[in-house]
Write a protein that binds this ligand. Structure first.
Ligand code: PMV
Length: 312
């Protein structure tokens, strides 16, 4: 009988505030997002090793650049788990829109790593899993903060700071997040590289925006502790303005944000790497969230409504 093993990553992440600045040591707040999942399945391959995913179907040795991080991860796992006697077919099925700032690459890497360890009957602790995710994310993103990798092993909201300082946020306020997929791919690697270049050149506006995002996140932590949704909303919008100044928004992201605000969102911003991807909007009631979601559907590819305080 053909040996087949599947592993699932049952959630991904939404960065509430602090993306990009987090790469440069500022804090960020992220929450788990369980509306989308990814499954990796390994079976014996009758041919040489293969990969079947949204971007590529074929021999592992011929993988295009778009799946370079996956190729790197699989090579590393093959080497560490000493799989040379096995030829494996890896299939990835995902409901996570890829390249939309939802941490899809980290979620895929988590499912693949788990599938490999299960297939070779080897115990996998969170620390080891995060090592593989970081390795894969370095190829996907250049210089990742580590936040995406952390969120794959955590099922509640966190305040994170590089390199590995994180505290749980035990009590999120009673609100709703509307998450709208613009349908346009985010450009995390390009965006991170662009900001890094300006940071390394000590560009005054870039330094000011990074520091300002850090301050906004600290204020947001206070607003969350006070269960003050209205202040949190304004901080989200202010965070979007700084991301715009950093050059990582896009006309579609600004248009989605504007619709959300017009429809009564308490605040709204892009989430993740930007230049496309997803926009999040904060609403105080489910009714208001549904109204915002309805209006966003005219512009967005897909829209989810997610309780802010839901732990997975
Ligand atoms: O685009 P995503 O979901 O991979 O999120 C990237 C978040 C950044 O802060 C821009 C980069 C990072 O490594 O934290």
């Amino acid at each position: 009988m053909t040996h087949s093993i599947s592993a699932k990553q049952t959630h991904t992440k939404i960065i509430l505030m602090g993306e990009h600045a987090v790469v440069f040591g500022e804090p960020a707040i992220a929450i788990p997002f369980g509306a989308v999942t990814v499954t990796a399945t390994l079976t014996e391959s009758p041919t040489d090793p293969t990969i079947d995913c949204a971007f590529y179907k074929g021999l592992l040795t011929n993988t295009p650049d778009v799946v370079a991080s996956l190729y790197h991860l699989v090579s590393l796992l093959d080497q560490d788990l000493n799989t040379t006697d096995n030829s494996l077919a890896l299939t990835i099925t995902s409901t996570i829109p890829p390249e939309r700032g939802m941490g899809s690459s980290a979620a895929v890497a988590a499912a693949v790593t788990r599938a490999y360890f299960n297939y070779f009957d080897t115990n996998l602790d969170d620390h080891t899993l995060r090592y593989y995710l970081d390795e894969s994310e370095k190829i996907a993103h250049g210089s990742p903060s580590g936040l995406d990798a952390l969120m794959m092993v955590i099922n509640h909201a966190v305040l994170f700071q590089k390199p590995d300082h994180f505290i749980s946020i035990p009590k999120m306020p009673n609100g709703y997040l509307v998450v709208a997929d613009s349908g346009q791919t985010s450009q995390t690697k390009t965006a991170v590289a662009m900001i890094k270049q300006k940071y390394d050149a000590n560009d005054a506006e870039t330094m000011a925006s990074i520091a300002q995002i850090g301050s906004l996140v600290k204020e947001a932590t206070h607003a969350i502790n006070q269960e003050d949704l209205h202040t949190l909303g304004s901080l989200l919008t202010a965070n979007h303005e700084e991301l715009k100044k950093l050059g990582v928004s896009a006309p579609i992201m600004d248009a989605l944000q504007e619709v959300a605000l017009q429809q009564g969102a308490l605040g709204a911003k892009l989430t993740g790497g930007g230049m496309g991807g997803c926009m999040i909007a904060l609403a105080d009631t489910n009714e208001s969230a549904l109204k915002i979601a309805d209006a966003l559907k005219a512009l967005a590819k897909e829209v989810w409504v997610h309780p802010l305080k839901e732990d997975l």
